[in-house]
Design a protein around this ligand. Structure first.
Ligand code: CO8
Length: 258
């Protein structure tokens, strides 16, 4: 499928989706957000895709929502249209794992988009920020909630109130990103992580993603019960028998997603 604002490639059962508006540092406009939601939905439905990597350019993952596109909008415009609301719900509902591979700026909606992904691998040159305060607004696709859960109240307040950027080392120290890699190695490392996931049983991958996400949505007791019931349920799969047999027979498992 031909897109104008993103590039999609499928390689070794991994969909690599690149944000591609270099003239605006991959700022999220309505076309990009619509195309991204569509491409992720397609990847989620495509049997040849088992994991997804979302990235931008070396200079910018995404420098936020498109300021030019939204600058003249009124309250009624953004409220009535629920700006980006439908597409973001689609992206939040993708069931296959999505790794954000962040190089350069991940600001405002760009930082929020990276946080919607399942984990973030950062290049050494990555810079994260929620600078919406400098524009007279605040984050709008989850930044006040997700950043606070990732890095705690003090640092989240600092980022949202001062608009300062966090470099890759601080982002790793604070738990915002899972690893930092040399900038030139970002895509190979993210693709290798995605391929690792692609080797697993997709049934347990989905169950793991759902269970970790429960940690954000429910109490500890309910989350642990959800996890335990899914642990029990996985004993109904052929892949559980295969995974454990392969361990005992000292061989690699051959998962069939059943
Ligand atoms: N929107 C539109 N265009 C942008 C954006 C943006 N967010 N960021 C950069 N650009 C454009 C610039 O206007 C410039 O275009 P041109 O060459 O035509 O003037 C081009 O990209 C290159 O940018 P710069 O010349 O500024 O590059 P620098 O290297 O000097 O600076 C920065 C890079 C620091 C990233 C700088 O561009 C910057 O500060 N950008 C804006 C960052 C920002 O404020 N982001 C937050 C936006 S608001 C937001 O994200 C809200 C999200 C919530 C959505 C809620 C929906 C419900």
């Amino acid at each position: 499928m031909a897109y104008e604002t993103i590039i999609v490639e499928i390689e070794d059962e991994v969909a690599l989706i690149r944000l591609n508006r270099p003239e605006a540092l991959n700022a999220l406009n309505s076309a990009l957000v619509r195309e991204l939601a569509g491409a992720l939905t397609d990847a989620d439905r495509n049997d040849k895709v088992r994991a997804i990597v979302l990235t931008g350019s070396e200079k910018a993952f995404a420098a936020g929502a498109d300021i030019k596109e939204m600058s003249q909008k009124s309250f009624v415009d953004v409220y009535s249209q629920d700006m980006f609301g439908t597409e973001i719900k689609v992206i939040e509902g993708i069931r296959k794992p999505i790794i954000a591979a962040v190089s350069g700026y991940a600001l405002g909606g760009g930082c929020e988009l990276a946080m919607i992904c399942d984990f973030i691998i950062a290049a050494e040159n990555a810079k994260f920020g929620q600078p919406e305060i400098n524009l007279g607004v605040i984050a709008g696709i989850g930044g006040t909630q997700r950043l606070t859960r990732f890095v705690g109240k003090s640092k989240a307040m600092d980022m949202h109130l001062t608009g300062r950027f966090m470099d890759a080392a601080e982002a790793e120290r604070s738990g915002l990103v899972s690893r930092v890699v040399p900038t030139a190695k970002l895509i190979p490392e993210a693709m290798a992580a995605a391929r690792k996931i692609a080797e697993k049983s997709q049934v347990s991958v989905k169950a793991a993603k759902e269970a970790v996400n429960r940690a954000y949505e429910t109490t500890m007791a309910e989350g642990i019960l959800f996890e335990r019931r899914n642990f029990h349920a996985l004993f109904s799969t052929e892949d559980q028998k295969e995974g454990m047999a392969a361990f005992l027979e000292k061989r690699e498992p051959q998962f069939r997603d059943r």
